[in-house]
Design a protein around this ligand. Structure first.
Ligand code: UTP
Length: 290
């Protein structure tokens, strides 16, 4: 029997330099996609995948995230006084979503270092990691797709997607052998390879299921430029020791909402799915005659 994945870690302490100046004093995880902050989409995905307990790793100026998932007494009181029951319920539902705790990453020393801050929270259980700026629109929640593979193979699982052409150089890329449709056993991971050196067209994206062995591997990994700990280095240590890692090719559409163009595309796609907005929004887009 594999352990149930109950805990999820959300690293949200990055500097968000690709989205400046919006991210100067506000975390990119709070950028709104239509009317919900990015991080709410992935918290909802985690809950829909069976997660019971969440740790958000915050950096400087991240109080907006804590406030968003907390009860807002003042706002709720005003909404009730004004008879706005529907809005009251909408606001209350956010704070009822999940059991969430927070810890700080005091310096942005990379994703590996951010995950390391979750060591005490995770203990000796396998756990999930979600990067909220990767918004994944999928019928079966993306994390659930990973957990299903974890439960079958009892080993860590990474989410991947196919990336065509030169764009592959912006991702971690796996060298892997497909063992069943959409599931591969990983042989190696190469971080941001040149197009010609990429071992495949399968890019790693922001959903992971790890075993607690990862923490020790992060601690043993060498830091790169700027003292950053890369999670891919820790994974490579475990791979070199013969530990199995699997990859699932996600069924769904992934948006890089931490990037300006990716965010704009996601906004249009999500708005066009909204029954309350789509008719007028579509009419507007058509009127542009681009
Ligand atoms: P990114 O690679 O997107 O970096 O981080 P970033 O700093 O957030 O954004 P850019 O590239 O400068 O625009 C991937 C994920 O890892 C988290 C980020 O919050 C994001 O969810 N992260 C990154 C941390 O929590 N701490 C870090 O030190 C670095």
């Amino acid at each position: 029997m594999t352990q149930k994945i109950r805990k999820a870690v959300f690293p949200a302490a990055g500097l968000g330099t690709r989205f400046l100046p919006a991210t100067k004093s506000s975390p990119k995880e709070m950028l709104p996609l239509v009317d919900k902050p990015l991080i709410q989409y992935s918290v909802e995905e985690a809950v829909a995948s069976g997660i019971e307990s969440i740790l958000i790793i915050t950096g400087r100026d991240k109080t907006a995230i804590e406030n968003h998932f907390d009860i807002s007494f003042e706002l709720e009181q005003v909404l009730q006084e004004r008879g706005k029951q529907e809005m009251f319920e909408l606001v209350r539902a956010v704070s009822d979503l999940a059991k969430i705790s927070y810890t700080r990453q005091k310096q942005a020393l990379g994703l590996g270092h951010a995950i390391l801050q979750a060591k005490d929270f995770v203990g000796d259980e396998s756990f999930a990691v979600l990067l909220a700026d990767d918004v994944i629109d999928a019928e079966t929640p993306a994390l659930k797709q990973l957990i299903d593979v974890y439960e079958k193979y009892d080993a860590p699982v990474l989410a991947t997607m196919q990336v065509a052409g030169e764009a592959i150089s912006r991702f971690g890329v796996i060298d892997a052998e497909e063992i069943e449709p959409n599931v591969s056993k990983i042989k190696n991971i190469v971080e941001k390879p040149k197009f010609d050196d990429a071992p495949s067209d399968m890019a790693v994206i922001g959903r992971y299921v790890f075993t607690p062995e990862l923490f020790d591997a992060i601690e043993r990994s060498e830091t790169g430029a700027g003292g950053e700990y890369q999670v891919a280095d820790a994974m490579r240590i475990l791979l070199d020791e013969g530990k199995p890692f699997y990859a699932v090719r996600l069924d769904g559409v992934r948006h890089d909402a931490g990037d300006k163009l990716g965010f704009l595309i996601a906004t249009v796609e999500f708005a066009l799915k909204r029954t309350d907005l789509a008719p007028e929004f579509k009419a507007y887009l058509k009127s542009l005659n681009l």
